[in-house]
Design a protein around this ligand. Structure first.
Ligand code: KIV
Length: 284
């Protein structure tokens, strides 16, 4: 008779147990074509294997291993401290988990600002060492040369305009962006350079709508209104796991923080009272 496993393999690694909404694997060209096809793009951030599995199985189109992990996972005050090694570490967990979604990885601060050679080497490392599909970097016309060089090297690039958290020390904060002519020029510059999509962060809704109309690549908004071609949110905000203030542009679809604290409080009580473990959780 087979012995009862202590860690049943399938329970720990249920690779086939989660149903995936629609198994058509997304590629960069399919992602880009969603705009022309009128299909809204759904993205979330992800930083680890388990969460990426859950989000992929729920049917998101893209997962961003955002440098927001510096704040959300590592507890820093800005996105600046996260390193390329740390991004690669998290991105490889996410890429390993995913069956359908496109995996995009943020290029962290100073991994692409020091010159084209450096940018290609770092972005190349991200793709080679993680299994992710694309990188994202912050900037418009000022980064067009870097974007073009990455694309020429075969590295798909998602651009990022509006609030650019890597420049927070220079900008002094995260205020809503409203400069229509500069933002449209930046969006056109990244499109021209070969970016396959562009994130619009905290841009006034009317301005984001104008940008969306004026470029052929998809715009993926966060705090930039409903007219963007898609939306992205930080998963901790969406699931109610954020410890501090949740941004105005986020909506909590669940309160996992309360559920987690209640569950662990009960566990503490049961261990202390002797109610856990019972025979059911014990081996004879
Ligand atoms: O790092 C991140 O999570 C991001 C999103 C907010 C778009 O760049």
């Amino acid at each position: 008779m087979a012995k009862e496993g202590v860690f049943p393999y399938r329970a720990r690694h249920p690779h086939r147990q989660l149903s995936t909404l629609k198994m058509e694997k997304l590629t960069v060209p399919k992602f880009r074509a969603m705009k022309a096809g009128g299909r809204k793009i759904v993205m979330l951030t992800a930083y680890d294997y388990t969460m990426a599995r859950l989000l992929d199985s729920a049917g998101v189109d893209g997962l961003l291993v955002g440098d927001s992990l510096a704040m959300v996972v590592q507890g820093h005050h800005t996105t600046l401290p996260v390193t390329i090694e740390q991004m690669i570490y998290h991105a490889s967990m996410v890429a390993r988990a995913v069956q359908r979604a496109l995996v995009v990885v943020d290029m962290p601060f100073l991994s692409y600002q020091l010159g084209i050679r450096d940018a290609i080497a770092n972005a190349g490392r991200v793709l080679k060492e993680t299994g992710a599909h694309a990188v994202k970097l912050e900037g418009g016309a000022d980064q067009a040369e870097v974007i073009a060089a990455l694309v020429k090297a075969g590295i798909p690039v998602m651009a990022h305009l509006g609030v650019m958290p890597q420049s927070v020390l220079q900008s002094g904060g995260y205020s809503v962006q409203r400069d229509l002519s500069r933002l449209v020029a930046d969006a056109k510059a990244v499109e021209q350079a070969g970016a396959f999509a562009v994130v619009l962060e905290c841009i006034a809704a009317e301005i984001a709508a104008q940008i969306t109309k004026q470029v052929s690549i998809p715009t993926v908004g966060i705090g930039s209104g409903a007219e963007c071609d898609g939306q992205i949110q930080v998963v901790h905000d969406l699931l109610g796991l954020t410890l501090g203030k949740v941004p105005k542009h986020s909506k909590c679809y669940a309160d996992l923080k309360s559920l987690a604290v209640a569950a662990v409080t009960r566990y503490c009580e049961e261990v202390r009272s002797g109610a856990f473990p019972t025979e059911k959780q014990s081996f004879q």
